[in-house]
Structures are given as C-alpha cells and as structure tokens.
Ligand binder design. Structure first.
Ligand SMILES: *Cc1c(COP(=O)(O)O)cnc(C)c1O
Length: 453
C-alpha cells in the first residue's frame, strides 16, 4: 500500500542533479557500506511499523497524513545536497525556491508586497508573529480564544507578554460580546484570530474582530495554521467565507504547509502584511556570511539554520498542484469537507450519538449518548478503543459542555467538560470511505452501548 513507484522518479531526478556537478574533478566518495546501511534501514523499517496507519483512509483521527509523494521525493533529492536556507551561500537555489513558494502562498491571501518565510511549524511561525506584535505594541496584552491553540499562551510566556483568554460561543468561536467588552477595558495589543481551531475547525468571526480593530487599533494575527488553505475551497459556509474574504487585511498570518499543504513536518510559514517589520529582525552577526548584497532569508527569520529541503519540497508540490481555486489541490480540500459533512449528517441522524455543531471545515466532533456527561465521557473512550479494534482510528477530545448544550436533552450535567470523539477527515480519499467509516463507527458504538451497565 505504501507508494514505491515514485522512487523511479527520484532516481531520474538524482541523475539530473548529479550531472549538474559533472565539471568537478573526479572524486570518489567513501564507498557507502551498502550492506550495513541496508541492515540499519531494515531495522528502522521494523521500528516504524509501530505507528497508526496515517496514510490510510481508516485513519480518521488526528491531523495526520503523509506528505504528497512529490514532496517526499523533492525533500529526499535535496538531501544529497542538504542546503541551509539560513543564508544564500548555504542554500542558493532553495532560498530562491522558498521565496517563490512563499510568494504563491501569500498570493492566495491576496498579498503581493509582504514579508514572509518558512519556519519549523505553526508554533515557530506564531512565535515570530507575536514577537513582532510585542515590539510594535509594547506592554500590551495578547488575546486569544479559549479554543485557540495552547501554543499562544505558552509563546506569550516565552516572550514575556501578558496573555488573556477570551471565552468561546456555542460554535467554538471567539465570543464577540466578550471580546468587545474586554477590548473596551483597554490595553489590548494583539488579538489572535484562530482561522480553524485545532479541536473543531471553528473560525473566529474575523470580520467582527476587524471592525473592533478599526475602532481600537490593536493588531490582528490570524492563526490559520490548520485552516488557511481552505481559502481555496469553494464549498464553505457563509460565515467561513466571510472570514476568508477579509483575511487579507490582518497584520500577520500563520499557515502550516505541514498540516494541509502536503508537506513533511518542519514546514510552517509566517507572513506579515507590512514588509517594513523586517527592520525588527536587524542583527549584525559576525558569523553569517554576507557574500551577496541581496536580502537573504536569515535576515528576516528568528531561526538561523533552516532546511532548504523543506523549500524544495514545497516548491515541487506547488509546481505539481498550484494553489488555485478549482484546481486539484483545492478539490482535495473540498473533498475533506464534503466527507466531514456527510459523516456528520449520519451521526446527527442516529440517536446513539450526541452532536455539537456542524463542521465548519473538515473536522467533526460527536459522542455516544450516555445518561450523564461523565458517562458519555467514559463511553467516548470506550468507542475510541472499540473502533480501533475494528481498524477505524479516531481521536478523543475534551470540549466544554456549552458546545453541546442545545442537544444534551435530559442528560445529567455532572461535568464542565465532555470527552468526545473527534475525526479529522483531511485526506481526499476519505470521501470514498465515508460509508465504511460510518459502518465501523456505528457498529463499535452499538457494541459499547449494549455493554453498558
Ligand atoms: C497545529 C496548530 C498550531 C501549532 O502548529 P505546529 O506546526 O504544530 O507547531 C497552532 N495553531 C493551530 C490552529 C494549529 O492547528
């Protein structure tokens, strides 16, 4: 089941790359100890078997999927060189490729004149965005919703910026009344708008946040680490669309190519609308080699050494699958959302289950219905295990009870938080497997509910 055909393309590409260095005086590298390498690799393969099958459509749990074969091959190809995008001298070609690939991502948000680069992931990307925010709004607070990724609070601690959470509404979005009241009290420097929360894919109401910004002058940082690529999807709800229509006027955006951009881990991206923030990165390192007058990415990045291979992989992927509406890549996202909606409809129509709200992106949450919130929570964990035994891998999440309020009926509210099941249907192939996923899920749930004492 694991693709091996693409290895042929890698061999051909490697031949082309090798030819690029044909003018060098002959040099015979130390012969690789092929047999020992094979032994170590086989041992590695044995160890790697100990994983959930993230590549398979029946893995429908966390935000996990393998990169596109082209990304995997381009990354591997670059490993024969191992360029470092810290400086042009360390990664000439891949620095140029990074600039091109990042410009394509920025263009999807309508940005032409911007500052941005790749980094280790969404956490590093937001670290930079909040670091910039803290310098431009010194002494003021960072606000994010209670459903924002926990990284924002922790990063604010690292940066020694005061942080406050804003409550969420029944749809998992930032509560606008609460935000308006909080902003009225003053001293807010930056609001983090989550564009697709990690737990439920809920989108904070960006148009309303931007209205408040117009009045109060704080910065808006869009954490689109997970949801950002959905700007290309054309089957979104009205509110989701209206957020994407305005995302171009936020101050900074974070998006993770290693989440929905088909990349290996180690590929996040930060974008600033005002390229002028580049001045905040100024340093005069005696180590960085300045053989070129051209701006190099190390001058606008907090991380120093960065993998040129990540840029090569992203560049190759976007060459194969351009970031445009109606294209193959966008269609893949639309299929994930369609899958989530289809599975949600089935779950919602079945009285075995408790649901919260319809998925805004491609993530759905639900729980087997018990007599109390605590019993439902216990049952969720049992269904998680029973489904895994049948080969269906889901995830477990803890969500506040107010997300479920409308559907609790007579259920005893003996806990503030409800443990539920969460399914991220982020692979285009999920669409063909919804029926099968549903069969396994309902059978596992029926089994667990039948065993109830
Ligand atoms: C995944 C995620 C992050 C963290 O990004 P990493 O790439 O894991 O560092 C931040 N925010 C959101 C909304 C995410 O989904």
């Amino acid at each position: 089941m694991l693709d091996q055909e693409s290895l042929n393309a890698l061999r051909e590409a490697l031949r082309i790359l090798d030819a690029g260095f044909a003018k060098l005086p002959t040099y015979t590298p130390n012969a690789p100890r092929v047999e020992q390498i094979a032994e170590a690799l086989s041992a590695t393969a044995e160890r790697l078997k100990d994983n959930y099958p993230y590549f398979h459509p029946l893995y429908a749990g966390q935000m996990l999927k393998p990169p596109h074969p082209v990304a995997r091959m381009a990354y591997a190809l670059a490993m024969w060189i191992n360029p470092n995008n810290h400086a042009l001298d360390g990664g000439r070609a891949t620095s140029a490729m990074e600039k091109e690939a990042v410009a394509e991502i920025a263009a999807a948000f309508g940005w032409k004149n911007f500052l941005g680069h790749l980094c280790g992931g969404g956490t590093m990307a937001s670290l930079e965005a909040l670091w910039v925010a803290g310098q431009l709004q010194p002494g003021k607070k960072i606000l994010a919703s209670k459903q924002a990724h926990y990284t924002h609070q922790r990063i604010s601690g690292v940066l020694q910026l005061a942080f406050e959470s804003v409550p969420t509404d029944a749809l998992g979005r930032m509560d606008m009344e609460a935000l308006a009241k909080r902003v009225e009290r003053g001293n807010v420097g930056t609001v983090v708008a989550t564009v697709g929360t990690t737990a439920t894919g809920s989108m904070d109401p960006l148009p309303e946040i931007l209205e408040l910004r117009a009045k109060h002058g704080f910065r808006v940082h869009a954490d689109a680490a997970y949801g950002g690529y959905f700007i290309l999807a054309e089957n979104l709800g009205k509110d989701t669309r209206s957020t994407f229509e305005q995302i171009g006027i936020v101050d900074s955006i974070v998006i993770d190519p290693h989440k929905h951009g088909l990349q290996p881990y180690g590929c996040g991206c930060v974008l600033f609308r005002d390229p002028g923030v580049g001045r905040l990165y100024k340093h005069n390192s005696p180590y960085t080699y300045f053989s070129s007058a051209e701006l190099h990415l190390g001058e606008i990045s907090l991380e120093c050494s960065r993998p040129g291979a990540a840029a090569a992989a992203l560049w190759a992927t976007q060459r194969l699958l351009p970031l445009k509406k109606g294209g193959e890549f966008a269609r893949g996202l639309e299929q994930g959302r369609k899958s989530a909606l289809a599975l949600f409809e089935k779950v919602k129509a079945d009285s075995q289950f408790l649901t919260a709200f319809a998925p805004e992106l491609d993530i759905l949450v639900f729980a087997p219905r018990g007599n109390s919130v605590s019993e439902t929570s216990t049952l969720s964990r049992k269904v998680f295990e029973a489904a895994a035994k049948r080969g269906l891998h889901l995830a477990v999440a803890e969500l506040p009870i107010h997300f479920w309020e409308n559907n609790l009926g007579g259920m005893k509210r003996d806990r503030e938080r409800l443990t539920c099941l969460r399914s991220v249907l982020m692979k285009p192939e999920h669409l063909e497997w919804v029926e099968r996923i549903w069969e396994l899920l309902s059978a596992a749930t029926a089994e667990v509910l039948a065993l109830r004492t």
